[in-house]
Design a protein around this ligand. Structure first.
Ligand code: CP
Length: 346
């Protein structure tokens, strides 16, 4: 069985001793280009702990560039990054574009709503048409789970999944891990409670795969109607809680998911007010978690629904750190797929 197949098996395959100290040690790679041994980034389910560690190491190295006055390195000069978004986005799309530009790559940005998709052009024809313009990497968000995988099967260029339906959002999972690592110094042994609409959340899935591979314990916390059925969770490396107090008790990290207002119609919970009363994260309720708990949210936030403004804006909130880390992680992904020579951050 290949290492990729092994990692598809649920559970933690190998414990990780990943710490921020280890990540900032020199890798010993010298001037050799560092690349991922895969064409595409489609999910964290199929990624090995070594690949995740490499991405996080490179992200920390690239983050240093974001602190400079002149945020520009020549690393990807002459390469073209194409973003193709079939769903709205503020953070993911902008940070991929900023990441590309900081590394001197050219960018082209297509929103399905402003493209020939509205005239009926198929996804396949759209991908093949754009490919004919010779981009080096496609960054794709789509409401259909598996759309980036289909695109990856059509083109020899790299494809990065920027969120596909209810499946995965790998760069979000990676930036969440980087944020936890920076705050806690490690991932191994931490308890991460993911609270909210797990059923529809690609963020929850990518966090689950990434965090458990690195040795963290993951809890899914939410009302029964927003948690996948037992049959779908069988064998997955998580614990399920349907009450907030139990779900966040002793947690090191509380990752709050957006209540997808568009789901309200489907009657999965009676009202926003009721959801907020039972599962909204307040300062009072956070007392059940560890004293040094951090709170994360992938955004966009519904303030006053899944999280109160005083928590969202408090010192325990990592929301803006997550956004900054999103740029660093996406720089690392582009670099590791497209490859560069020499010192990546020079
Ligand atoms: N977290 C996230 O994916 O945000 P956007 O939808 O704004 O990209």
């Amino acid at each position: 069985m290949s290492s990729v197949e092994q990692m598809r098996k649920p559970g933690i395959e190998q414990p990780s001793d990943l710490t921020t100290e280890r990540l900032t040690e020199p890798s010993g790679g010298g001037d050799k280009p560092v690349r991922l041994k895969r064409k595409d980034i489609l999910g964290l389910q199929e990624m090995t702990p070594e690949e995740i560690e490499l991405i996080l190491r490179m992200s920390l190295s690239f983050k240093e560039i974001l602190g400079r006055q002149i945020k520009k390195v020549p690393t990807l000069r002459g390469r073209t990054v194409l973003t193709l978004f079939y769903e709205p986005s503020t953070r993911t799309r902008t940070s991929f574009e900023m990441a590309a530009r900081i590394m001197s790559a050219d960018t082209a940005s297509i929103a399905a709503s402003g493209s020939s998709v509205v005239k009926g052009e198929s996804f396949k024809d759209t991908i093949l048409t754009l490919r004919a313009m010779k981009p080096d990497v496609f960054v794709i968000r789509h409401a259909a789970s598996g759309a980036p995988h289909f695109a990856a099967s059509l083109v020899p260029e790299s494809v990065i999944n920027a969120g596909d339906g209810m499946h995965e959002h790998p760069s979000q999972g990676l930036l969440d891990m980087l944020t936890i690592l920076e705050s806690k110094g490690r991932l191994d042994g931490l308890t991460v409670a993911i609270v909210g609409d797990i059923l529809h959340s690609r963020v929850a899935r990518s966090n689950m795969w990434g965090l458990t591979k690195m040795g963290a314990k993951v809890r899914f916390v939410g009302p029964k109607t927003l948690i996948p059925p037992e049959s779908a969770l069988a064998g997955l490396p998580i614990e399920v809680y349907t009450t907030l107090a139990e779900g966040i008790e002793g947690a090191d990290v509380v990752n709050v998911l957006r209540i997808q207002l568009e789901r309200m119609q489907s009657g999965l919970f009676p009202s926003l007010r009721e959801y907020s009363m039972l599962f909204g994260i307040t300062k009072e309720r956070l007392k059940a978690a560890k004293d040094d708990v951090i709170v994360m949210h992938p955004g966009p936030m519904n303030r006053g629904v899944e999280i109160t403004p005083d928590v969202a804006d408090s010192e325990v909130s990592m929301v803006t750190n997550q956004v900054t880390n999103g740029v660093a992680v996406r720089m690392a992904l582009l670099y590791l797929l497209l490859g560069g020579g020499g010192d990546a951050a020079a």
